[in-house]
Design a protein around this ligand. Sequence first.
Ligand code: HEC
Ligand code: HEC
Length: 330
Amino acid sequence: MKTLAQGVLVCAALCLSFPDAIILAEQKAGEDAARLVPLPDKTPQPPDNPTTAAKVALGKNLFFDRRLSGNNRMSCASCHVPSKGFADGQAFSIGVKGHKLTRNTPTILNLGFQKELFWDGRAKSLEEQALMPIESPDEMNQPIEKLVLELKSIGEYRESFSRSFDDGINAVNVAKALAAYERSLVSKTSAFDKYLNGDKNALSASAMRGLELFEGEAGCVRCHNGPLLSDGKFYRLGVGRGDVGRAAITGKREDAYRFRTPSLREVSRTAPYMHDGSKKTLYQVVEYYYRGVPIRGPEGLELDIGALSDRSFTEIDDLVAFLRTLTNVD
Ligand code: HEC
Ligand code: HEC
């Protein structure tokens, strides 16, 4: 354990060199900020798109329907595969025209609790996000107006849209239905949730040591916190080279190579990892934090994280054991 004096020294050094360290220190002072908590019982719902069973069922049909793509060969579930934790096990998914995409496909589980979507946060809601892959030429390559006409020609959709929406089939309602379905995808019966809810035997001894490191000296909880184990903020970890990440959205140089902290729920099911899919296993991810990330990233920009290289590598197995407890057991 570090003494208080050492802690103050570390903070003095860190807080001066990393502006984010100051933010993190403030977060710690605030209530609940840097803690791990269970998922809330209810997914927040936007007032103009309340979740109903009929809407979720409609959204589910759309999500699995290949007619949503330009050549009717690809659905959302082609890349967000339920049996693969709603990701697809590839470093990069292949779009409808056979091209590789440039970022790793994330899970869509539990996104109802995430504020900004995509690795760079360019969508502010599930409703805003939903039409983007449909229209993207590299993904599903289907102009929305054409899709709306196609759906209007299908009797089953005419009925199910009119059950959920006064104004029937249109682009906004396609997005609303998909978003309602995604909001219904919540995982909350992991071993870790059992532990949080009072079952002190739910975690193995190794996972318990991992949790202690995660919240303590390994410092993971600074960014991976809250019910999703994500603070929803953007950091530069030095992974990858070509993709400028958040800076493409904000236009700020200081955001270059920053990506959103991913949720760690279901993480054992969604290999490979990182925005570029470059880490094949959870061990490789944690090893990256331990082995020492370079001090400076692309273009000499300072990274938002330091290496844990002064610590014992045996800790990696414990952290991985903890990460494996974040998967639904249903
Ligand atoms: C060809 C593969 C592919 C298809 C098809 C696809 N996605 Fe995705 N999806 C991705 C990739 C890759 C990303 C990450 C892109 C990024 O962050 O820039 C993503 C990101 C997302 C996100 C944001 C996840 C997060 O963590 O913020 C949501 C939500 C989503 N997709 C929903 C959908 C829906 C709904 C459909 C169908 C309408 C769909 N996707 C179709 C590959 C795909
Ligand atoms: C400074 C904030 C920060 C800290 C501290 C941090 N992470 Fe991360 N973590 C991130 C970001 C940002 C990414 C995505 C980086 C990328 O793709 O470029 C990430 C990615 C990951 C991933 C991959 C998830 C996926 O779906 O691809 C895992 C696993 C992970 N972190 C675990 C940990 C563990 C364990 C620790 C502690 C040893 C830790 N993180 C410390 C911000 C942080």
